[in-house]
Design a protein around this ligand. Sequence first.
Ligand code: MLT
Length: 398
Amino acid sequence: MPKFNENYFHLKESYLFSEIAHRVNAYTEKNPDKKVIRLGIGDVTLPLGSEIISQLHKGVDALASAETFKGYGPEQGYDFLRNAIVDYYHRNNVTLHPCEVFVSDGAKSDTGNITDLFDTDNIVLIPDPVYPVYVDTNLMNGRNIVYIDANEENDFLPMPDFNVHADIIYICSPNNPTGAAYNIEQLKKWVDYALKNNAIILYDSAYECFITDETLPRSIYAIEGAKKCAIEFCSLSKTAGFTGTRCGYTIVPEDLTFLSSAGAKISVNAMWNRRQTTKFNGVSYIVQRGAAAVFSPEGMSQCKMNIKYYQENAHIIMNSLTKKNISCYGGVNSPYIWFKCPNDMDSWDFFDYLLNNAQVVGTPGAGFGKNGQKFFRLTSFGTHNSTIKAMERIDKLF
Ligand code: MLT
């Protein structure tokens, strides 16, 4: 009889967004005449930019002729895309070498896959509330997690306690779900902490393209010393609307080295490369062609137009909630609006209440951790019309 990884039994029965989909499906089956507006999962609604589409087509055409056909590609990604990503970082004043860039099928996969590199016996520090993938993937491996509170008192930006030791630290900035973003000084404290504790930071920058305050860092490598202590995960899902197309990248600096238990120098870049070449065969050539177009001047300007559209939605949501005296966070450097549930409701109760009475779907804060118990998240990735309609419906309820 196979022995299973019983750590799975410590997980919640279903993944947060599967649970939401399940409840919404049950509701729509019972109420087929009701028009539900989905502002729950952060899934984009605008089509890909025309420059990306045109390059995707060229990628398809290349596969149609023997001269340009592509079979297996490099597991780390094609050079044309790795170089385009290096240039993108360079424009944001961060210097990388292409061998530090690993093209992935998204930040969700790699923030989970990275746990392969670490022993069970690590102290893992994770903010609460947080993107549930960090917690679930560590629980799957039987690791102990130490939570650090993100709450209204610290503006949802917890800072390191130098008296508490951690080996692995998760940071997401701009944050999912709260929308809070660390400034340079705050992020530097985390880098200092990691360097002092010989710890590694797993930095999720999936929402960097939503930063409007130009003084805020878009990459942890904007902080001196970060290449010695941090891996960065990014995604084109929100930058360029690749939620369905799937493409992201993980930066593992060559300077990121630690000592093994036997005292040998470990290159995390080499270890990740070993993991990827064994378990991953790369993102399809077609998708990588489209992804490279994101970083071209034309492609980037089209992506920015889409981002602006979503930022207008964020504005609509925030205005409407603020008018109702509902305290809300995020929305400025982030596509997510995080707010206190009205009338001190618990977040899953509020979820059901909104679904049943306004046919609006959001994400209950409790799904992101105990500190989200009384909070709720709306996404700005809907259409203008659906966002306006959702806020009109919510407006009528309170
Ligand atoms: C979210 O809604 O939190 C994200 O879209 C989920 C994800 O990126 O996997």
